[in-house]
Every structure is written in structure tokens, then in C-alpha cells.
Design a protein around this ligand. Structure first.
Ligand code: FES
Length: 178
């Protein structure tokens, strides 16, 4: 009678269990195929959804109402949203950019003397020390050019001041409000 080695039987059983747990070549190819099919469905769907979103730039409007002319106090008023200073001298208005012409920091107003005229003020840049006179002229620090002027207008519907940030105006540009 043939005797059976119990240890050989146990190792054969363990090997067949391990083989059963390992994915077969067929399973592997099946999963790869499923992945390819899923990608083939998802990519065109994503492209279709993206095509519904227009390639438009949603920029802030460049012409902005900033309030009634008479609401501005004499001298400079900083408008943080537009990053500009609106100067009022009696009925004459002008608008200077608060963006430093070096690297774009916001310049700070500094009072030099009493009064509301531009000569009574300067603009100092907190980032690298550029300095500008009240009329925007750069005179110290790394800023390469004066502060920009922007045109002002009166809105035809309600008479508010409108700042036009779309175009740089000539230095010395003024609006007289009657
Ligand atoms: S950003 Fe104003 S001096 Fe540099």
C-alpha cells in the first residue's frame, strides 16, 4: 500500500490556494479593457461639457462710476477698489493712478503742507521706496516713470463721476464740472 506524505499534501494545497488568489492573465486583460472603454466614454464627455463653457474673459469693467462730483472733499480721495486718487480743486477734478510704476504696489499719500492742491502732497511707495510728487512725477527710487493719469467724465444718466481706466490720459488732464 502506498503511503501519503502529509507535508506534501499540505504544500500542494497551499500552492493551489495561492494560484487561485493571483489574478490570471485573462483577468488582467479584462481590467485593462474595462479601463480603455471607461476612458473612451469619459474623455469625450468631458470635452463636450467643456465646450458648453465659453472661452470668454470676465474682466472688471474699465469705466466705473465713483460717486457724485459734489460728494468729493477738496483735495485727494483714495478709491481703493479702483486704486486711484481723485483730486478735487473747487470744480476741477483729475484722477491719478495709485499703482506704482516700478512693480505695481499701491502708493501711499503723504501730506507735505497745508492745503488741498496737488503740490501739498506726495505719493510714497512702501515696497521699494519710490517717491512721486503730487502731480505724479517720479523723483526718487526705482520707479521708471510718473504715475498714470486717467480721464474722468460725468455719467449722462445720473451725473456721477466716471473713471475711465481703459486709457491713460495726458499728464495734467482735468475735468471741470459746471
Ligand atoms: S513697487 Fe513701488 S518702488 Fe517698487
Amino acid at each position: 500500500m502506498k503511503s501519503v506524505d502529509p507535508s506534501a499534501t499540505a504544500s500542494t494545497a497551499a500552492a493551489s490556494t495561492a494560484a487561485a488568489k493571483e489574478p490570471s492573465r485573462r483577468d488582467f486583460l479584462s481590467r485593462v479593457g474595462q479601463g480603455v472603454v471607461a476612458a473612451a466614454l469619459v474623455v469625450p464627455a468631458a470635452v463636450s461639457v467643456r465646450s458648453l463653457v465659453p472661452n470668454a474673459l470676465y474682466e472688471k469693467p474699465r469705466r466705473l462710476k465713483v460717486g457724485a462730483a459734489e460728494s468729493f472733499a477738496p483735495g485727494p480721495t483714495f478709491l481703493p477698489e479702483q486704486k486711484v486718487y481723485v483730486f478735487r480743486e473747487q470744480r476741477v477734478f483729475h484722477c491719478l493712478s495709485a499703482t506704482c510704476t516700478h512693480l505695481g504696489c499701491t502708493v501711499q499719500l503723504a501730506r507735505l503742507a497745508a492745503g488741498t492742491a496737488p503740490e501739498s502732497f506726495e505719493f510714497h511707495c512702501p515696497c521699494h521706496g519710490s517717491r512721486f510728487r503730487g502731480d505724479g512725477t517720479n523723483y526718487d527710487g526705482p520707479a521708471p516713470r510718473p504715475l498714470d493719469y486717467y480721464a474722468l467724465a460725468l455719467a449722462p444718466d445720473d451725473g456721477q463721476l466716471v473713471v475711465d481706466l481703459s486709457e491713460v490720459a495726458d499728464k495734467g488732464w482735468r475735468l471741470t464740472v459746471s
